[in-house]
Design a protein around this ligand. Sequence first.
Ligand code: COA
Length: 362
Amino acid sequence: MADSVASGLEGVVVADTALSEVDGERGRLVIAGHDVEHLGGWRTFEELCAELWGSVPGATSAEELRLALGRERAWAFEELEWLGRALIAPDGMDALRGALAQLPAEGSAWDLGVRLTAATAVFTAAWWRRREGLPPLRPDPEAGHAEDLVSMLRGKATTHRASGLETYLVTVSDHGMNASTFTARVIASTGSDAVSAVVGAIGALKGPLHGGAPGPVLDMLDAIGRPEVAAEWLERELLAGRRIMGMGHRVYRTRDPRAAVLERAVERLEKEGHRTPRLDLARAVERAAEDVLRRKHPDRPLRANVEFYTAVLLDALGLPREAFSPLFACGRVVGWLAHVDEQRRTGRLIRPESRYVGPRPG
Ligand code: COA
């Protein structure tokens, strides 16, 4: 029988990957060979996607991918009327799970990847608009993916909203063996299809310890309201046994490098004269949270993670907090699909073991 159980699998390496590298000690993230600092604002969603999917059979240029995504968004829009009750779900991740599960699972890896990426954006926007009592907005097949996602949510996209969301989608596109990516790889390792892998990954991303945190981060900022009361509010949370959303990370022992990228994107908006209503408060709350967490866990650095500034950026872009987790899925879906392809090429079933602690037959 095994002596110990790696219950959170920390430190266990389950795959070689050429997609991204998370260096938790130095706080560095490389995606498709680029430092994350050099992605947002430098690469379009389609360019990064074409790089992450570069080994998928049938891979095309970023420009062809842009057109293919546009065609598939238009296709997904026509599917809306066949999704039944899926988009009525009050939670956006439940809606995405139910809607994406209805896509046909046959097709080449490339075609399914384009279809799933396009449909995730279309279904996210349609779900949110329905929630608000608004009709869905038809996608523009000629537009870039990020720009069209803003337009499908809010109506015609302004340049700053489109480029802000593009920075976000690119920044969260892939992140090593995170829980949802691992879920997708486990499903792919059984020989199952990409639709099933993405639906499973959506379920993993939904949880507040993974992708469910940015909405609650904004709720926290609203509840705190003023920097002067941040420390006291946060201490009360810890005393009540609750975690501070947007703080801490399984791998990073530094500030999450993506938090810095997204914070800079909010600063850019501010310099360009756009409203960034919660930036100052967020910075004060981040400092206070670092302090109270340092006092409580002096040996465990707990700093801001990607979700903290996701909330501030998406809010500053005028995007609704209920859609934050589905928007995370809109970016991460390209990473899941790249990992599904990579995992398939290993041909290896992922199948760990458990230690039996139940009763034994007499
Ligand atoms: N607030 C308060 N305490 C926290 C904390 C947080 N955000 N993150 C970790 N801790 C505490 C844990 O309670 C634990 O304390 P204990 O040893 O007294 O039980 C200690 O720090 C170590 O945490 P651990 O549970 O080992 O961390 P993990 O690697 O399993 O967790 C997260 C990583 C992300 C799940 C965790 O930091 C967290 O829950 N953060 C808040 C949710 C969030 O922001 N999620 C988005 C992640 S990108």
